[in-house]
Design a binder for this molecule. Sequence first.
Ligand SMILES: C[S@@+](CC[C@H](N)C(=O)[O-])C[C@H]1O[C@@H](n2cnc3c(N)ncnc32)[C@H](O)[C@@H]1O
Length: 299
Amino acid sequence: MAGLQPTVTVKKRFPAPSPDTTAWRIFHDAASEVWVDHFDGRWLVQTREPDFPGFVTQLAEGVADSIYWRPRDKAAATAPVLVAGESVAERFAVRENGASFWIDFRAGYSCGIFLDQRLNRRWVGEIARPGQRVLNTFAYTGGFSVMAALAGATTTTVDLSGTYLDWTWENFTLNGLDPAAHHGVKGDAFNWLRTFARQGRTFHGIVLDPPTFSRKAKGTFRSERDYADLAALAAALIEPGGWILCCANTHGLTSERFERDVLRGIRSRRRRVLSREDPGMPPEFRGDEYLKSLRLVVE
Ligand SMILES: C[S@@+](CC[C@H](N)C(=O)[O-])C[C@H]1O[C@@H](n2cnc3c(N)ncnc32)[C@H](O)[C@@H]1O
């Protein structure tokens, strides 16, 4: 009948973002809350619902050798289960904009890389310079450190977890970088930012990418409540003309409010922001913009 539109929804895969990238979010549907990440032919499906979405098997035809699934309501530490294809019993490497990262589906919390940070990792690789000092806090497996180190910077990587620091060094080695030429610190990032200030240490670039909620040595940190304090700690360490990448993975925080908090923190240390840029999320994440980012250059 004239005027009627087809009601069939065509599920579309996102293409690889660049020829030298083998890991990206290949599908997401915010309405049905299904997210699919492609890791060099292995798929990791996450769902809000407790049932596996059957259409994903069709979507994977000819593209994925393995499909793993993890409902998001499972405890964060649950490893995904194999739904179809070959089992992935070992860690494997993926490529992103020319860098390599180890992925391990057996790891609980996340499998080694947060794909939503691809544009920021690329930016860090572009802005970091040989001979500069770059501090990566809340580093997880050191993705930002790898990018800065590949650009020739000397990096300092801070995370609470020794396991993730070890993973960071394995990522360094995978990229032909010598871990011995870089620094790693296991411990509370808030404490370390204060310690670096006491020691008079400064950095040309700083990455702040805390979890939404964290326990500190004293009290707790919540992105929505405490980001200005965190930005102030970084402002005390940044070299004149240096950059700070601020990120918050929080649905509940608007970009405007996030920017206000960050700027308040920087200015509380009497530092002036020369430029700021909100890059938005990678295209395949649009429509579900939980990750807030701000790239600052400080006078
Ligand atoms: C959201 S992830 C960071 C992701 C990382 N920036 C990336 O792009 O891959 C949070 C990380 O912060 C670490 N973490 C949580 N609380 C911390 C704290 N108080 N001090 C240092 N690291 C912390 C966790 O161990 C975890 O690796």
